[in-house]
Design a protein. Structure first.
Length: 89
């Protein structure tokens, strides 16, 4: 009889611990959901302001391509303005 009461007490305690754990989990989940009535936090304001304004749009220009000969790539855009005093580039 003594073993049976110990097993019953242990089963009740384990059941209570499991119920308390599940209850705490549901309670913490309900606390995490932001309500729509709250004002935006400082972190969300900073996050919104620091987002990329281009949003994946890239300009179609290539500053290193020459206009007269599109197959020849120009690596020095200053070549037409500045001449090398030491010879051929």
């Amino acid at each position: 009889m003594e073993n049976k009461s110990k097993i019953t007490i242990i089963a009740v305690v384990v059941t209570l611990v499991i119920v308390a754990g599940v209850g705490f989990w549901f309670w913490s989940k309900s606390k995490q959901a932001p309500s729509s009535q709250e004002a935006p936090s400082l972190g969300s304001k900073i996050f919104d302001k620091t987002q990329n304004q281009l949003q994946g749009r890239v300009p179609d220009t290539n500053p290193f391509a020459t206009v007269p000969n599109p197959f020849k790539k120009e690596t020095n855009p200053m070549r037409a303005i500045y001449t090398n005093p030491f010879g051929e580039q």
